[in-house]
Design a protein around this ligand. Structure first.
Ligand SMILES: Cc1cc2nc3c(=O)[nH]c(=O)nc-3n(C[C@H](O)[C@H](O)[C@H](O)COP(=O)(O)OP(=O)(O)OC[C@H]3O[C@@H](n4cnc5c(N)ncnc54)[C@H](O)[C@@H]3O)c2cc1C
Length: 295
């Protein structure tokens, strides 16, 4: 049984190799990308490097069947990083192998994974008899220097072609490194009221975030800014939740904040018991007053 590390366009997988080595089985890096990437993947701890070729104008997940073929020959744990291409490829590989996918595990052992469930209220340990696909933080770039030779394999990518690539004018939100975050929820009545919250965030030099319905459904704030178990998980020094009820799925994304402050007009809202400080009242009065006080 081998452990596989997917390397798809990015050498930043040193933490995956480290995790793979700890599992004790031989480690195979399966590389989709330029030959220089395959050479970088031949790092200490890696026993084999299988190079499936350059991506060209294919989508990276077009190589899923070729990766799955490698894994099926000697099934085991398949590790991939969190970047979009790596996750897309891992998901397609898992589908091809009918393998389960685990994201953000707390601990992995050979054929056993422990993960957080119920928004962090419990941990669950699962055992797997067959291959399992696991998403982890990739870590630092690999730079070769190991004993493995690069083994080229002529892969037949599926007919998925990238026909257009347009840079996004706005850079993606970096909530994870923000010291202060002001998040808005459905207590806000209309999209045109958003400047009230943006002004408060600006006064606090904070990043703007939101609850899921504000991003998905209402579409008032970009989707990379919602906090929760299915969104961003962050732990800033200050998390100011404005008009957010504090459901389990939301708090799972901000519970680790040093200080949680809520503005809510319902003294019984679940967020009240989960906050360090609460301003009880109408956000339309309290948020501008706070902004003015901070000016
Ligand atoms: C599988 C699953 C995954 C989910 N993942 C997430 C996730 O990752 N992130 C997430 O956020 N949600 C997630 N949800 C949704 C979650 O369960 C809640 O529905 C959501 O968080 C509620 O958003 P909210 O607090 O903005 O809205 P509401 O629950 O509607 O709360 C609005 C709050 O605003 C207050 N309010 C109203 N008017 C005012 C006012 N004028 N002034 C002050 N306060 C006011 C109300 O008292 C209330 O507490 C998920 C749900 C499911 C089923």
């Amino acid at each position: 049984m081998s452990t596989y590390v997917l390397v798809a366009g990015d050498p930043g997988v040193a933490a995956l190799v480290e995790a793979a080595v700890e599992l004790g089985a031989p480690v195979t890096a399966v590389v989709v990308g330029d030959e220089s990437l395959a050479r970088a993947a031949a790092a200490p701890g890696v026993d084999r490097v299988v190079w499936l070729g350059a991506v060209g104008d294919h989508a990276v997940e077009a190589f899923a069947a070729a990766v799955a073929q490698q894994v099926a020959a000697d099934p085991g744990v398949v590790l991939a990083g969190r970047k979009a291409g790596e996750r897309a490829l891992l998901g397609a590989v898992a589908a091809t192998l009918a393998a389960p996918v685990v994201t953000a595990p707390l601990k992995i052992a050979a054929q056993q994974v422990t993960r957080s469930v119920a928004g962090g209220l419990a941990t669950e340990t699962r055992s797997y008899a067959g291959p399992v696909a696991i998403v982890l933080d990739g870590g630092a770039p690999l730079a070769g220097g190991g004993p493995a030779a690069v083994e080229p394999v002529a892969a037949q990518p599926a007919a998925v072609t990238v026909t257009g690539l347009r840079p996004n004018p706005a850079p993606p939100a970096d909530l994870g490194s923000a010291e202060r975050v002001v998040a808005v929820g459905r207590g806000l009545k209309a999209k045109q009221d958003l400047p009230i919250i943006e002004a408060l965030a600006a006064a606090l030099k904070a990043e703007l975030a939101c609850s899921r319905p504000v991003a998905e459904g209402l579409d008032w704030v970009a989707r990379d800014r919602y906090v929760g178990v299915s969104g961003q998980q962050i732990s800033p020094r200050l998390y100011l939740a404005v008009g957010i009820s504090g459901q389990l799925q939301h708090m799972g994304g901000c519970r680790g904040s040093d200080l949680i402050v809520a503005i809510n007009n319902d003294p019984e809202a679940p967020i009240v018991a989960q906050s360090d400080y609460v301003l009880t009242g109408d956000l339309y009065a309290l948020a501008p007053a706070l902004t003015a006080a901070l000016a």
